[in-house]
Design a protein around this ligand. Structure first.
Ligand code: SD4
Length: 300
């Protein structure tokens, strides 16, 4: 694992994703290195953990809510600020692709719950059971104490947020998750909320988030990171300022137990990552540095 940026900074094409998402980066990279479009790259990347039953934070195999339902959230955004999102969706694992269809095939940005499921069915997506035996077992174990602590631990909540800059200079992003494990039924986090869990501005750059979504929503986190970059902050300093803003609002004591992390990339291909806690990792792919995992710097 590498700990700091190297000579690959500022190159393109480039992909950055939250956590140890090497296979997702590889899928995105395949498209980018063939000269493909960043939007196709982030969608392809996000679909990898969505299909992986061992990833218990995204798509198929995601941990359910406290009532035992797997409910998914996702969003996608392109360099022209077109965006689509779905929230509180049950029975469809590739919600990132449903979100892209919302963006491309409807006059809307966001569809939720039954309406989103109806739309997915009409678009030909296959309905399937998403609760795996492994996730059900974890839920039954949780039910014994039914203690809800919205803190994210490595390996337990690794929502994927993925940003790509293609060889033509287009920047796009995607974010997909099963949300906080054992959340209240109906709870929606930051991931499908444009500006909170994901934001892209083709003139500036992009940012995405992972962790306790309520905190990102409160400060419109990903939008904040992009606006700071617009004002001249580097992606790294922009991520740091957004995390510190959460900490200032919550106070250090409370913030210690809140996992909140941002990653960002600007149009020059410079990247940044920062977290409240010291367990956050992110994955970068660029010419000469394929799907490398980095440890993020952190406040605590
Ligand atoms: C949420 N931000 O639903 C997501 C959860 C997450 O890593 O990122 N977990 O609040």
């Amino acid at each position: 694992m590498l700990v700091s940026a190297g000579s690959w900074e500022g190159q393109r094409p480039k992909v950055i994703s939250t956590w140890r998402n090497t296979l997702a980066n590889a899928a995105a990279w395949e498209i980018l290195q063939a000269g493909g479009y960043a939007l196709d790259a982030v969608e392809a990347g996000a679909r990898v953990p969505e299909a992986n039953p061992d990833d218990m934070s995204v798509g198929y195999g995601g941990l359910p809510d406290r009532d035992g339902f797997v409910t998914l959230d996702a969003s996608i955004m392109d360099e022209k600020s077109n965006c689509g999102s779905v929230a509180f969706v049950q029975g469809y694992k590739h919600v990132i692709s449903v979100a892209r269809r919302v963006m491309e095939k409807t006059p809307h940005v966001m569809l939720v719950g039954k309406g989103a499921e109806q739309f997915a069915a009409a678009q030909g997506f296959r309905r399937e059971k998403l609760l795996t035996p492994q996730a059900e077992k974890a839920w039954r174990e949780w039910l014994k104490k039914s203690e809800y602590k919205p803190y994210h631990r490595p390996g337990q909540h690794d929502t994927i947020g993925i940003l790509a800059l293609d060889s033509k200079g287009c920047i796009c992003g995607a974010c997909t998750t099963s949300g906080m494990a054992f959340k209240m039924h109906g709870r929606v986090g930051d991931s499908p909320i444009i500006g909170a869990g994901l934001y892209v501005d083709g003139e500036v750059g992009a940012a995405t988030a992972t962790g306790v979504g309520e905190e990102m929503i409160r400060i419109a986190g990903s939008h904040t990171v992009v606006e700071l970059m617009r004002q001249g902050y580097s992606p790294q300093l922009a991520c740091e300022e957004a995390v510190k803003r959460v900490i200032r609002k919550r106070g250090e004591e409370k913030a210690k137990s809140l996992g909140v992390a941002f990653i960002a990339m600007n149009l020059s291909g410079q990247t940044g990552a920062y977290s409240t806690t010291n367990d956050f990792e992110y994955t970068v792919s660029a010419p000469g540095i394929l799907h490398e995992v980095f440890k993020s710097s952190s406040y605590f």
